[in-house]
Design a binder for this molecule. Sequence first.
Ligand code: GYE
Length: 336
Amino acid sequence: MKRTSAAICLFTLCATVLFGCVPGAGSAQEPPEKTVGSPIVVGFSQVGAESEWRVANSESMKSALSEENGFELIFDDARNEQENQIRAIRTFIQQDVDYIVFSPRVETGWTSILQEARDAEIPVIVIDRDIQVEDRSLYTAYIGSDFRREGETAVRWLESLMQRRGKADRPLRIVHIQGTVGSSAQIGRTAALEAALERNPNWEIIAQELGDFTRAKAYEVMGAILEETKDIDVVYCENDGEALGAIDAMEEAGLTCNAGDGVIVISFDATKLGLTYCLAGKIALNVECNPLQGPYVADLIRRLERGETVEQIMHVDETAFDSFTITKEMIEGRGY
Ligand code: GYE
């Protein structure tokens, strides 16, 4: 019988867990409970290495699920292909790992493989992006961000900036660069912008392109947009990498990015690199997305090992930074 077969299926829906409240979060680790005997074997399918955020997320998982902490981590990089993730999860099942953790590329297409994991009695923890399955008991828990709320923070900030400037009713020409289509991060951040467009009939999307969450792709698509028009008020990028690529392209084309008299760039992630652009005024608003999920996964597994009840959905607490109020000190104290 699997270690946790008694512990899974006990969960409460929709609890919000603040990252700061979980033991070991981002700072000193909880004393390892399982250093004697066999380690807890965890197979982790990471979606890829497309961004600074992702690299920080992988590092966080590797350091929390370390040998010293009583784990054996089998790490697989899916290179941004769902097929590779499915193959990795199947291999973890064949290896009879104790837990499967994965960060899904997109929300759909997971039912069969999760069924296979359930048949093998291996608990599954989804991190970062969420999944859509009819039978939610196919996974034990989800730890990640509320992406719709992140998008909401961004558009509300923009609305209030326009109001403060007495420009709430003026036309606003927006370029929208999207992340990986079908990923929760893209779906939530896009949905918030779309809802804001409904409320603000004077807002207009003048171009919408896919940036795949990478600096290179965003640079390329932004360059093409700029050949058509330079009359742009806002660029809404769905992560820091995209924002940096779009800024590179705009600066090369002679545009200035700032929330004063330039193009207003909105971004998500708030990595250290992204925040240095915010401090320089080039990113007007950067909405935080916390990648340091390793300690939460480790803590969750320990709780399952003890047979405790766990919440099925855990959203992390996140904030936002704008170029008007950010300071150097705010960036220095951060862990990613
Ligand atoms: O915003 C982006 C990454 O899923 C939250 O994926 C994650 C997103 C993040 O590549 O930088």
